[in-house]
Design a protein around this ligand. Structure first.
Ligand SMILES: C[S@@+](CC[C@H](N)C(=O)[O-])C[C@H]1O[C@@H](n2cnc3c(N)ncnc32)[C@H](O)[C@@H]1O
Length: 477
């Protein structure tokens, strides 16, 4: 017999008032301040009168601990909006850039209304300064490149707006876009490679980097925001954890945007981030190939860490493969799991070779903590992770890869993917145009991550665009 408070709909009477945490954007509508924790930059997540929370990449050498006192600063354009001493009050899961740490003020409180007004004043002052002073820190060659990008897009904006006014039939509009998109993409590719080379020297110099980023976001980014993919990745309405929505744009590959120019921008974004889809296709094909290996008859057990919308799983469960598929999909984002559940449910219920799809709402850290979930997963034929380790430091990646390799059955395979560092990478569009900060890796970096796995068992591979690098490890049978 269940108690009343256990019944659905009853949450029980709360005894103590707990102030609601407010998303940073609700308090700071013009510019979300940078949160610095002991001088290290973190993404401000939520704020309330007694504290703040932020996304912080932990320092592997000196990680923050529960209860530790820290100095917090909220800064706008390098100027202090508010400083406060505080302590770490919740650090349940601080492994990834997307994970949140909570800080409570040691004394006093935050006057949110006053802070909101001060933010408005400082942000406007910052915009004025950025418009005038910072350009001197931007190398002239980089300014020139940005001008070329803007010129290219403005020319198309102006042409297409005239055609928009002529109200083209939908099929004609599509045909027109089909014709001009390759031209625009071809013009952009060399721009991206040149930009990658031009920003590289500035990346290690914070002043230079900040100036180039501000310049890019002021000058070039606005030209692209009519395209939903650019707008979504730039504004990040759900922060980094909502990034699977951007991935879905790439998987769908369909037009989006309210004007011809917006649709062109969207298509350009899709072309530049095609590697997201080739990464998915690489994993999908690998699972298909493993399911087709002769001999085995038991279900193929596959675990996906940071599954997001798991498009490859949704594709595979609709096929009839030689072996049944049994997926365990883990993500910390509940919305992502709901999305997957809705799309895969019919295939888990069908009568011929129904797939099994278990959804695990957890952080990978919980998965790896011995005794929690690891023991519940049987040895796996394949474990893979796409788009997750790009947020992790080398030490974290190594620990993760070692643990995931440990989940494999004899003969099992591990696959992890990372955006690839290199002259033709998507570094500039990602880091500069939409301010999406990641860790970029090449084959050597991936080898370093996998170095605890016997050398004969591991290798690296690159996807067909050259923009994704994989570490693949095969456990001896
Ligand atoms: C870039 S998306 C990639 C999604 C999917 N793998 C794909 O390629 O489309 C990263 C995913 O990792 C999830 N994620 C981030 N940190 C995580 C953590 N600590 N534990 C579990 N999932 C995490 C996010 O919620 C998000 O769905």
């Amino acid at each position: 017999m269940r108690e009343y408070e256990d019944l659905p709909g009853e949450t029980g009477q709360r005894m103590f008032y707990v102030e609601e945490r407010r998303p940073a954007r609700a308090v700071f509508d013009r510019k979300i301040p940078d949160l610095f924790v002991n001088g290290q930059l973190a993404g401000l997540h939520e704020i309330w009168r007694r504290g703040v929370s932020g996304r912080l990449r932990q320092d592997a050498e000196r990680p923050l601990r529960q209860g530790q006192t820290v100095h917090l600063e909220l800064m706008i354009d390098g100027r202090v909006l508010q400083a406060a001493d505080s302590y770490v009050s919740d650090i349940a899961d601080a492994q990834t850039q997307g994970a949140v740490i909570e800080f409570t003020l040691s004394r006093g409180y935050l006057d949110l209304e006053t802070l909101g007004r001060a933010q408005e004043r400082m942000a406007i002052a910052g915009m004025m300064r950025a418009a005038q002073a910072r350009i001197s820190d931007v190398p002239p060659t980089y300014r020139e490149l940005c001008a070329e990008a803007v010129h290219l897009m403005r020319a198309w904006r102006s042409t297409l707006s005239q055609i928009d006014n002529a109200e083209l039939a939908p099929a004609d509009a599509r045909a027109l876009l089909d014709e001009i998109t390759p031209q625009v993409v071809d013009a952009w590719r060399p721009l991206v490679s040149r930009a990658n080379a031009l920003v590289a020297p500035g990346v290690d110099d914070p002043r230079n980097l900040a100036a180039m980023k501000a310049f890019t976001e002021t000058i070039v980014t606005p030209e692209l925001l009519d395209g939903p993919l650019w707008a979504r990745t730039y504004h990040k309405p759900l922060g980094y954890p909502g990034d699977r929505v951007a991935m879905e744009y790439s998987y769908a590959g369909t037009d989006a945007g309210t004007t011809l120019y917006g649709r062109l921008c969207h298509r350009l974004g899709l072309a530049l981030m095609r590697c997201v889809d080739t990464r998915r296709a690489f994993a999908e094909e690998m699972i298909r190939e493993m399911a087709g290996r002769p001999g085995a008859t038991a279900p193929l057990r596959v675990t996906n860490i940071g599954c997001g919308s798991a498009r490859e799983v949704r594709n595979l469960v609709q096929e009839t493969l030689p072996r049944q598929l049994a997926f365990s999909l883990l993500d910390q984002d509940r919305d992502a799991l709901e999305f997957v559940h809705r799309d895969t449910l019919p295939s888990t219920l069908r009568e011929d070779k129904p797939a099994q799809v278990d959804l695990i709402h957890a952080s990978f850290r919980q998965l790896l903590r011995s005794g929690e979930l690891v023991g519940k997963l049987p040895p796996q034929d394949m474990v893979y992770s796409l788009g997750l380790i790009d947020y992790l430091t080398e030490a974290r990646c190594r620990a993760l890869v070692n643990s995931l390799y440990g989940l494999l059955a004899p003969g099992g395979r591990l696959l992890v993917a990372n955006l690839r560092r290199g002259p033709d990478s998507t570094y500039w569009p990602t880091e500069f145009l939409v301010d999406w900060r990641l860790v970029w890796r090449n084959e050597d970096d991936m080898t370093a991550i996998g170095r605890d796995i016997p050398e004969a068992c591991r290798r690296t591979a690159v996807d067909e665009t050259g923009q994704i690098v994989f570490l693949i490890a095969d456990k001896p049978a």
